[in-house]
Design a binder for this molecule. Structure first.
Ligand code: ZN
Length: 138
């Protein structure tokens, strides 16, 4: 997903909303027997400032499905996470946490990937405090 900053500027469209879905990268998930059961849904507002930096702010949501990390019972978890970033043109004044972009095109790929990765839990449980014995317990 891209934002064509030059085109937006040319058309005087300095703000907008993006609403789209993309396939979550399964290699980001570090929980055994768990995968994305839905595409990741993104709803993001963007604003292009006078210095051509672009603020992107919104929400990502997706569902994980698989085996409870403790008892292996099938389970699901719906995850909603806030997403926010500033994209600064290459050579502009970017802080360390900002993303940069070049040639007038903001590519959201890395930001989306980072946001999903940050939102992923380290385990999935069928219920709050699932207390079944560890599957591997001897
Ligand atoms: Zn469980």
């Amino acid at each position: 997903m891209m934002i064509d900053v030059r085109k937006c500027n040319a058309e005087g469209k300095y703000t907008g909303t993006l609403d789209f879905e993309f396939e979550g990268d399964a290699s980001l998930i570090d929980i055994p027997f768990v995968s994305f059961s839905t595409p990741v849904h993104a709803v993001l507002d963007y604003e292009i400032f006078e210095d051509n930096s672009v603020e992107v702010k919104g929400e990502l949501s997706f569902t994980l499905e698989g085996a409870c990390s403790r008892c292996l019972k099938p389970t699901k978890e719906h995850i909603v996470t806030e997403a926010e970033a500033l994209f600064v043109p290459k050579g502009g004044k970017a802080e360390e946490e900002d993303y940069t972009y070049r040639n007038g095109i903001v590519d959201l790929g890395e930001f989306l990937r980072d946001t999903v990765l940050f939102a992923l839990p380290s385990a999935l449980f069928c219920a709050e405090g699932c207390s079944a014995p560890e599957y591997n317990e001897e």
